[in-house]
Design a protein around this ligand. Structure first.
Ligand SMILES: [Zn+2]
Ligand SMILES: [Zn+2]
Length: 271
């Protein structure tokens, strides 16, 4: 197995509302699988921070990551991460959250439009709504990237998996060429990473987020860094889909992926 497939930079523990296993158990399983490094990146949703008590779960997650990091020294590199959702919806709070701990990697992500629920909880979409949502979603990603206080931008086509799962809607991403070019160019200019998220391979849509064409466009627009993340919410999903992420990265013209230590990109050759 190529080393790039032994580093998973996006994993949730049971300190995420939808996670199922403890940090220690995740690390044990990762070690047994022969992984080199994993980042535990629990959810911290900026826009529901107070009502969903993320202050407590984020602190708990960080302490458990530190404990696992010490316990697995010499066996597995355990990276201190966070998946910071919707940071741009409350920037002062987001700034405060990222300063509270010493993270290795901050994942920037968006799971819902402003004032609306996570796409995950939406029961159905019309094709017209799907196109509208994707357009709004890309605008929000651009605002988030303009802020830029994260290391890697996660699952940039996140709504697609729900359009497909709920209503078998496939939308044509080429209609958003101007928007995706603007987003990927800004991400490249800010020297941030694009994440290739493999969770969609385990869902009805059966696709990477983003798919390889957008990864290639990121490379063409000067993108230097990519990260691979399974977005595992169960220990058994750690590293799932990383070989497919590697294939997409090679197709796109990359020769390395990265993981982050103290926000510094560490390059791992794909060959
Ligand atoms: Zn996410
Ligand atoms: Zn995630």
């Amino acid at each position: 197995m190529n080393n790039s497939c032994l580093i998973d930079t996006h994993i949730h523990s049971d300190n995420s509302p939808d996670g199922h296993h403890s940090c220690m158990f995740l690390c044990e399983q990762a070690t047994e699988q022969g992984m080199r490094a994993i980042a535990i990146t629990d959810h911290c949703e900026t826009d529901t921070y107070r009502e969903d008590n993320y202050e407590r779960s984020t602190m708990q997650s960080y302490l458990e990551i530190l404990k696992a990091k010490t316990s697995f020294t010499g066996k597995l590199i355990v990276l201190r991460g966070i998946e910071l959702g919707q940071a741009a919806y409350d920037l002062p709070l987001a700034e405060k959250i990222i300063q509270m701990q010493e993270y290795d990697i901050i994942i920037g992500s968006i799971h819902n439009l402003r004032g609306r629920q996570d796409f995950y909880f939406m029961e159905s979409f019309t094709e017209q709504e799907a196109y509208f949502i994707m357009s709004e979603y890309l605008k929000e990603l651009l605002i988030l990237t303009d802020w830029g206080k994260f290391d890697t931008l996660a699952h940039i086509t996140y709504p697609l998996r729900y359009f497909y799962a709920r209503n078998q809607i496939h939308i044509d991403m080429s209609r958003y060429k101007k928007e995706t070019d603007e987003l990927l160019a800004l991400l490249a200019e800010k020297e941030k990473a694009l994440e290739i998220n493999t969770a969609g391979l385990r869902q009805p849509i059966h696709a990477l987020s983003p798919e390889k064409e957008l990864v290639r466009r990121f490379h063409e627009l000067g993108g230097k860094y990519i990260t691979f993340g399974s977005d595992a919410h169960y220990a058994e999903d750690i590293a799932k889909g990383l070989p497919e992420a590697r294939e997409a990265a090679l197709f796109a013209g990359f020769d390395c992926c990265v993981f982050y230590q103290n926000h510094h990109p560490m390059e791992i050759p794909l060959n």
